[in-house]
Design a protein around this ligand. Structure first.
Ligand SMILES: C[S@@+](CC[C@H](N)C(=O)[O-])C[C@H]1O[C@@H](n2cnc3c(N)ncnc32)[C@H](O)[C@@H]1O
Length: 275
């Protein structure tokens, strides 16, 4: 019979994970901590305690052994030092998107400025939520084409008590927004159709990843909207190889500035356009 002692269960689920994923011992700890709703210290100091009803833990381990991202199994992801709810209807926030938020912060020097920010592709809500926390007088309108993503964002917006400040709208691009926008921000899908991706990305919503035949189609549609509506600021995340095409697209347009930024691995990762 299997032992129900914490340290034995840990060893057992590590063994299940080991052939399939790197860092199996650490991931086994994370799964167990999430299952028991305990922290690191508890785990360290309760290695010889007996626990019951571990079927769900083994189900979680099975999912992880098939390379499903840990975040979808634990329904939790940390981003910009905050914990967010996540489930497989929305993209798992990536660390590089923190730089996009820093870009917006850099461009709005006064924290108390009253302004309307629009986000296209809200996903789990991380960008709109962080901006609402940074700018207490900002009104935010956040759009997504996916009802699943909107539901996940709703949970996070409620978690941070921001229901009065962030309005979610279902629809495509800026179509659901008639109001005047001071700042547009987006981390749109920007991968080209057919690109070969790592297998864990199979679990993420495909319409959060793929932007078109070339990849930058949605970014260009957003640029058209910015130019037509004369939105003063637009900060956007891009693929590492899209900088030149975006600069070329804006070549003969009337803009104040176009500044690209890099991620921590030194790849081009986004831009801010000023009209
Ligand atoms: C790369 S994810 C970004 C999610 C989140 N903002 C983040 O940074 O983690 C892109 C999001 O855009 C949404 N999306 C795709 N096409 C869209 C469109 N035409 N209009 C609005 N949202 C769209 C997807 O559903 C997805 O939630």
């Amino acid at each position: 019979m299997k032992s129900n002692i914490v340290k034995d269960i840990l060893a057992d689920i590590t063994k299940i994970l080991n052939p399939h994923i790197p860092r199996a011992p650490r991931e086994a700890q994370l799964l167990l901590m999430n299952f028991l709703k305990v922290d690191e210290l508890w785990l360290l100091t309760n290695q010889n305690i007996e626990i019951q009803n571990t079927q769900e833990l083994y189900k979680m381990t099975e999912r992880r052994s098939k390379n499903e991202p840990l975040e979808y199994i634990t329904n939790s992801v940390s981003f910009y030092s905050e914990e967010f709810y996540i489930a497989n209807g929305a993209l798992i926030p990536r660390p590089e998107t923190e730089i996009l938020i820093d870009e917006v912060i850099k461009n709005i020097p006064k924290k108390n400025t009253k302004l309307t920010i629009a986000e296209v592709g809200v996903g789990s809500g991380i960008i709109s939520i962080m901006l609402a926390l940074k700018f207490p007088n900002a009104k935010i309108i956040a759009v997504d084409i996916s009802q699943d993503a909107i539901e996940i964002a709703k949970i996070n917006i409620k978690k941070f008590g921001l229901q009065e400040r962030i309005e979610l709208r279902l629809g495509s691009l800026l179509e659901p927004i008639d109001e005047s926008i001071d700042y547009l921000v987006s981390n749109p899908p920007y991968i080209e159709y057919g690109a070969k991706l790592e297998s864990n990305l199979d679990y993420e919503p495909q319409n959060a990843l793929f932007g078109g035949e070339i990849g930058d189609e949605i970014i260009k549609e957003l640029l058209d909207e910015v130019l037509n509506r004369k939105i003063k600021f637009f900060s956007c995340e891009i693929g590492y190889d899209q900088k030149d095409r975006i600069a070329l697209y804006l070549k003969d347009t009337k803009i104040k500035s176009l500044k690209f930024y890099k991620d921590l691995a030194n790849f081009d990762r986004g831009f801010t356009l000023r009209l």
